[in-house]
Ligand binder design. Structure first.
Ligand code: GRF
Length: 208
């Protein structure tokens, strides 16, 4: 059984996609041990509640320093004894100590085709605003392993999505979510749970 910690900050639609694929049996041998958010108002926490999934809020502002938060975050993760940490719209910088403790066991969903429109400052709608401002015809989403950089870890899966005439950032975000994110994140978890994903020299190989 692959035990997940899913880290969220917002609406939780990617979390919901994972919950749904587990529920439908498309993903087997996977369970969500805990949903962790930095935002006590995150609707993602209500989604976890609705599905009887343990959920906790650990907010940086509740700690007197970032180091204290980082220590608490690592301790909280360790307490659930998970195999894979899934960042699903988690807007907190992952502490170095967590990267080291869970090296090769943290994945992230990013709403663009990395290495385009990623890195510091590229999150949420800002990504799609930049895509539209640049006038690219194709965007998409990427699932990647998390390392010390921002959106720089080995790429696991990507899927392209067409940019259409008249797209607003909100319309484009929704299309990227529906056509790419909500497909790729559960699929990456399924492949990892099946032991089909390996990394060699920073490149991911997926055994069919
Ligand atoms: C998604 O667009 C995801 O790609 C990005 O943050 C957003 C989270 O959305 N990392 P949700 O909370 O999963 O609905």
């Amino acid at each position: 059984m692959l035990k997940l910690a899913v880290c969220v900050s917002g609406g939780g639609t990617n979390l919901q996609a994972v919950i749904d694929r587990i529920g439908s049996g498309e993903i087997s041998d996977v369970s969500i041990s805990v949903v962790i958010s930095n935002n006590r108002n995150a609707y993602a926490l209500q989604r976890a509640e609705k599905h009887g999934i343990e959920h906790v809020c650990i907010c940086p502002k509740d700690y007197e320093s970032r180091d204290a938060f980082n220590d608490a975050f690592l301790a909280k993760l360790d307490s659930y004894d998970v195999n894979l940490v899934v960042l699903a719209g988690f807007l907190v910088v992952i502490p170095e100590s967590v990267i080291q403790a869970y090296r090769g066991r943290i994945i992230n969903i990013h709403p663009s085709l990395i290495p385009s429109f990623c890195g510091k400052g590229y999150y949420g709608l800002k990504v799609h605003e930049a895509v539209l401002a640049r006038g690219v015809k194709v965007t998409g989403a990427t699932v990647h392993f998390v390392d010390e950089g921002t959106d720089t870890g080995p790429i696991i899966l990507q899927r392209a999505v067409e940019v259409q005439e008249g797209d607003t950032p909100e319309i484009l975000q929704r299309r990227v979510m529906e056509q790419a994110e909500w497909v790729l994140l559960p699929e990456a978890i399924r492949l990892i749970a099946a032991g089909k994903v390996s990394v060699t020299d920073g490149h991911v190989k997926i055994r069919k």
